[in-house]
Structures are given as C-alpha cells and as structure tokens.
Write a protein that binds this ligand. Structure first.
Ligand SMILES: [Zn+2]
Length: 474
C-alpha cells in the first residue's frame, strides 16, 4: 500500500489526493527543453521540483514511468508564426547547422539537469523522431472535424469544444479571453481567436530550417502537437500526471488537452502538476534578457549545483522564488553546517528501528503532503539534533536522500578525508600544480621546485603519482 499522496492539481484548482489509474503505478509526462539556447536556473528549478515529485512518489511506494520530449523543431517557442526561426537564429549566431545546435544545447541541458541531482526520465524523445506520429494525429483531427485547412496551414477549431479553457475558473476565463483578443497577432486564416496551428506549410520564416513532406504540403508541426503525440507514443491513451512550469498552463497545456482529448474521444490526463517561476530582482528569469544564468555558470562561480538544489528545496514549488547571490550564499552556509554535522556522525552500533520508523513517517508526511520540501528539510535537521545514535541518524539521512538527493554524506566524507578546502584555496592549489607542470615541461626545474616550496609553506604537500599529481594538507 502506497502512502497517501497529495499535490495541487491545476485541473481541479485544489490540492487533491492522487489516485493513479493502475494501483501502484504512475505514468508521467514532462514537457522538455527547447534546445536552441541554454536552460536558465529557473527552468532547472522546474526540473528539480519534478524530480522531487517523482522520488517522493517512489518513497510513497509508487513505480513511476516518466517520458520527456526534446523540442528540437526550431520555431516552437510560441504560437505566433512570426520573428525568425529560433533554430536558424541560433545556428547563425554560432555558425553551426541546426542539428549541431540542437545537439550542443541538449548536452548542455543534461549536464545541468544531472548536476543538480536529477534522475533522467525513463524515455527521452526528440520531436524530430516523431514526424509520422504528428502527421497521423493531425490527419485524424481533420477526419473527426476538429481541424480545418486554411491558407495552406492546418488549424485546430477550438469552437468545437464544450470547454476550451479547462484550467480556468469563470472569472479567469473572461480575463483570458480579453488577453487572447489583445495578444494574438491577427491571422486571417483562423476561424476563432483561440484556434492554433497543428501543421504549418505557409510560414513567414524566410528560411525555415527543418521541413517534412505531409498530405498538406511540405512544412512542420505546430508547437503543441509534439507533447500529445510523444506522450501517447510511450504511455498509451492515458497518463496520470503531466508536469510543466506555470507558464505552460496557457496556451500550451490547454491546447495539448484540446487536441489529445478530441483525438482520443475521452479524458486524457487527470492530474496536472505545475511549479512556479524563479524571479530575480528585475522580475521573471528569461532567455531574452542577455546573458543566461545557468547551473554551469553558478558552478564556474564556485557554487556547488547541489547547493542550488538545496536552495530550491527550501521553498515551496507553488510559490515564486526570488533568486539572489545573497540568498544563495545563505544556502551555502546552511548546507555547509548540515555537511559538518553529518561528518561528525559515526556508525556506532545497531540502528534504532523504532526511531527510524518514526522519523521516516514524519518525512513521508512532509514530502507526500503537497511536496512540502522545506518541512522535509526541517525533519532532516531534527534527525541531526535527535537523542539517538549516529548509526540511526546515518540510516535516516540515506533514506531521506532517496528523495532529496543532496548527497550530504558524500560531501561529509570528502570533508573528513581532509581534502576539502575553501574554493579559493582549491583553485590556488590547482593553479599552482598547473604552473609547476608547465615549468617541468619547459625543463625549468628551479621554478617547479620553487612552486613546490611555495605550496609547502601554505601547508600543502604535493606528490607525483602514476595517476597524476596528488595534494594533501599537512
Ligand atoms: Zn508540452
């Protein structure tokens, strides 16, 4: 029996108890990255909170299967067929082909995705792998009379639906209708303002990079169709949980539901999980405001990516989170304190199973109760303060790390092995080792010896080994 699990279901507009279609199993779909640019730390916050959701479901006793798409069809950053193809824009900027751009940013995305302790989805599918599936869905929607061809493009006809704005209350619906009227650029082919393109053959882009044959002419899929098709390809006609950021709710997820349920003829996904924005002092993080702040950039500045994860876990996924270096520095200090406390623990006897069960129950209540990650960290701090032996505490820290993935124990180990120094000192040592290697390469042994002496004076001893130069504090 799985632990009772609740989270905020955007479709129901309230916190609900999660009940999957099949007992003990969860099928989950996550909207993946668009790979024409870097994913900023706000995007990564969304993936961290989804990772905690998956691992908390695992902790509660569920077996989760998760699918994610990679948006490598260039233009797919908005509904509007305007501006320049983003993939081409990226390719021009960096003098690469569009597929090289997609590969480069996919790799960069997963480097950051992995660095913050996320588990990779079971299936990762690039949109460009699924063109026949997109064409089949568009064709079926046309046959079922949910779509029409106009001006060379295929559109979804939103007037065919009883309720298009599925996520919104009546009040929000009115506001959205006004917003749609004002926002969407006039497309004379559309029968209704909210109609959206399923397949483009007439693009305003001068040099659309990726094009495929279709029954409606050479073109490319609309923005929303890929998620519906990729989800169905791997998870079948039903999914339990669909995840994304709050900015996906409208129009992306709204349109995904419209086309999927019209295609299938029944309800598609009952639970929708959305996490909120990361802001900085100037407002919402975005890719368009110049330099992109990524996890890799934080790493270059000396911040451990897992400290960024810790920073995110301290706040609730449904609240906007404000990023600043001062706030991140506070997380560094708090994380460091936890690591130090864990480093002091010893495997000093048998685990007290009753204490362990009690704390695990409190931890499960926190993470399974609308993903209360800050409460989960409080339970972790309580474990470190508890009147019990080190072995029990270590067992609990390992148990909680199945969900939190903060690797406190790993960091504690390197601390107690004495190889850990502050980042400034570490970069000084590594720099000195490099200078010495260069000197030796140039047969300048006097300089090499002087660098060794300089390090020794600072309490660092270096040794030349078969695996390279090793250093230790003395
Ligand atoms: Zn999506």
């Amino acid at each position: 029996m799985a632990h009772k699990f609740t989270f905020y279901n955007t479709l129901a507009r309230r916190v609900e108890e999660f009940v999957p279609r099949e007992e003990g199993r969860v099928s989950m779909y996550t909207c993946g990255p668009t790979v024409y640019h870097y994913a900023h730390i706000g995007n990564i916050r969304t993936y961290i909170m989804q990772d905690v959701l998956i691992k908390a479901l695992g902790f509660a006793g569920y077996d989760v299967k998760r699918v994610m798409n990679i948006t490598d069809v260039g233009h797919l950053s908005s509904d509007a067929d305007t501006g320049e193809d983003k993939m081409v824009e990226g390719a021009k900027r960096e003098h690469k082909t569009v597929m090289e751009i997609a590969k480069y940013y996919t790799d960069a995305f997963f480097a950051d995705f992995d660095a913050v302790g996320n588990k990779r989805p079971d299936i990762i599918e690039p949109a460009t792998n699924c063109i026949p599936e997109f064409i089949h869905m568009v064709d079926t929607l046309l046959k079922k009379d949910f779509a029409y061809v106009a001006g060379g493009n295929v559109y979804f006809d939103t007037s065919k639906l009883k309720d298009y704005y599925v996520f919104s209350s009546e009040v929000e619906k009115e506001a959205l209708q006004v917003g749609v009227r004002d926002d969407v650029e006039e497309d004379p082919n559309k029968r209704n303002k909210t109609d959206f393109v399923l397949w483009f053959t007439k693009s305003k882009f001068e040099d659309q990079a990726l094009k495929w044959d279709s029954p409606w002419g050479v073109g490319y899929p609309g923005w929303h169709i890929e998620c519906s098709c990729i989800a169905m390809k791997h998870l079948g006609e039903y999914i339990d949980i669909h995840c994304g950021g709050v900015d996906n709710i409208f129009p992306h997820h709204t349109n995904e539901i419209a086309q999927s349920e019209s295609y299938l003829g029944h309800e598609w996904c009952r639970y929708w999980f959305h996490s909120n924005h990361l802001n900085d002092k100037s407002g919402k993080m975005s890719k368009s405001k110049g330099a992109v702040l990524t996890v890799s950039v934080l790493k270059e500045k000396g911040y451990d990516p897992l400290v960024y994860r810790f920073f995110c876990l301290q706040s609730h996924y449904r609240k906007p989170l404000e990023f600043s270096y001062e706030a991140l520095d506070q997380a560094v200090a708090a994380y460091g304190k936890l690591v130090k406390k864990v480093a002091e623990l010893k495997e000093d006897g048998p685990v007290d199973e009753a204490v362990k069960k009690d704390f695990e129950g409190r931890f499960a209540d926190a993470v399974c109760g609308d993903l209360n990650t800050s409460m989960a960290i409080t339970v972790l701090i309580d474990v470190l303060k508890a009147e019990t032996n080190g072995a029990t505490k270590l067992a609990l820290i390992r148990s909680f790390d199945r969900v939190l993935s903060l690797d406190l124990e790993g960091h504690a180990k390197s601390l107690s092995e004495g190889t850990s120094v502050d980042p400034e000192m570490e970069s000084y040592i590594l720099d000195a080792i490099e200078r010495r290697a260069n000197a030796k390469k140039n047969k300048d042994f006097a300089t090499a010896d002087a660098i060794r002496a300089e390090l020794l004076e600072k309490g660092v001893e270096i040794k030349d080994t078969r695996e390279g130069v090793k250093w230790q504090l003395i």
